[in-house]
Unconditional design. Structure first.
Length: 171
């Protein structure tokens, strides 16, 4: 069961404006239950999309987190976003199954690195060496921050029961 959305009209004026810009997407609307944290949450979400990690690899990692956390809202949106940004059907399927069959070497590595971050909560020196064979340090940093952020997002979605009901998808 989902929680009720906050009353956006009860927010201070500056937050009402920000909420109005984002309220078509239910996760953002629900985030305003935490008016002190919602602006930073939105900024982090925006920053991830502006990061150095190639978009298809980022979406593969996000989808893997979504599947690991069994977060249907996240999976729904990021399958669509992933397709728009060049993630192929093999990558979308692999995010759900964890199988690297039919993936490029880079996709398989991102899938594996994501799983290791989720299971171990870190990457070993060998993992970092593997990642830095095809990612820059900045891209690896973006991958780690993306996986961590989407763990938070999935926990939030699942706890508050956020669905796509009544939503106007931005794509």
């Amino acid at each position: 069961m989902s929680m009720d959305y906050p009353d956006l009209t009860a927010l201070p004026a500056e937050l009402q404006k920000l909420a109005a810009e984002r309220s078509a997407v239910n996760v953002y609307r629900m985030a305003f239950h935490s008016p002190a944290l919602a602006p930073a949450f939105l900024q982090m979400a925006d920053a991830i999309f502006q990061g150095a990690l190639p978009h298809p690899l980022r979406e593969l990692a996000i989808l893997r987190v979504g599947h690991t956390y069994r977060a249907p809202y996240e999976i729904h949106h990021h399958e669509n976003i992933g397709r728009l940004l060049g993630l192929d059907e093999a990558g979308i399927a692999a995010a759900g199954s964890g199988s690297a069959v039919d993936l490029t070497a880079e996709q398989a590595a991102v899938l594996s690195l994501t799983d290791r971050l989720l299971a171990q909560h870190t990457l070993t020196e060998a993992d970092r060496t593997e990642a830095l064979a095809f990612l820059t340090v900045g891209q690896l940093s973006d991958l780690v921050l993306t996986v961590g952020f989407y763990q938070l997002v999935c926990n939030f979605l699942n706890t508050f029961g956020v669905t796509t009901e009544g939503e106007k998808a931005p794509y």
